[in-house]
Design a protein around this ligand. Structure first.
Ligand SMILES: Nc1nc2c(ncn2[C@@H]2O[C@H](COP(=O)(O)OP(=O)(O)OP(=O)(O)O)[C@@H](O)[C@H]2O)c(=O)[nH]1
Ligand SMILES: [Zn+2]
Length: 184
């Protein structure tokens, strides 16, 4: 039994469960495996995630990839928060492979997070990968720690945004981004 499995075994036992009952026999192993997957983003680095999929392009118009779903864990309660991420950027000679936006989102979602930091990390990663003229990232999410427990509010949504470069400095660029997302 790995250290993590053994710790899950103890948690179940402390919660008053009979860890010998059939349904729980493999639970420490499953829970450890699940948590390792849900935090696997710590083992990834941007270069590996992008895998060279940055292509030369003379298209310098805005590119928007929207509705990338993600599942993360809040660092305060280790409960899920989940939602969608929208990314827009203004390329500067290089475009990023489409799937890599989703991979970048997962790289930062699969960690213990707060939504604000995750949003910023995604924006910084897109800039690092593409040297783009600007990026906008919007994340909309529901937090289980606020729904299943605590204040138990089922309909609130947290929206965070990070704007960099032209998205921050130029109102028209920001408007174009928001307009493209609103059409969803
Ligand atoms: N800003 C921000 N807050 C978060 C996020 N995820 C969880 N939280 C909040 O983190 C806070 C932790 O507050 P505490 O008072 O220390 O913990 P708590 O007693 O469990 O708080 P309650 O949830 O109010 O019961 C709560 O207000 C959560 O709603 C996040 O991604 N961003
Ligand atoms: Zn929480």
């Amino acid at each position: 039994m790995s250290k993590l499995e053994s710790l899950y075994h103890d948690v179940l036992s402390e919660l008053g469960e009979d860890v010998e009952r059939e349904g729980l026999l493999d639970t420490p192993k499953r829970a450890a495996k699940a948590m390792q997957f849900l935090t696997s983003g710590y083992d990834m680095d941007l270069q590996e995630v992008v895998n060279g999929a940055v292509f030369t392009s003379d298209n310098d118009e805005m590119v928007v990839v929207q509705g990338i779903e993600f599942y993360s864990l809040c660092e305060h309660h280790t409960l899920p928060f989940l939602g969608r991420c929208h990314i827009g950027y203004l390329p500067s000679g290089k475009v990023l492979g489409l799937s890599k936006f989703a991979r970048i989102v997962d790289m930062f979602a699969r960690r213990l997070q707060i939504q604000e930091n995750m949003t910023k990390q995604i924006a910084d990663a897109v800039i690092e990968a593409t040297d783009c003229r600007g990026v906008g990232v919007i994340v909309e999410a529901q937090h289980m720690c606020m729904m299943m427990r605590g204040v138990q509010k089922q309909n609130s949504m947290m929206r965070t945004s990070v704007m960099r470069g032209a998205f921050r400095e130029d109102q028209a660029t920001r408007q174009e981004f928001m307009g493209l997302i609103d059409k969803a």
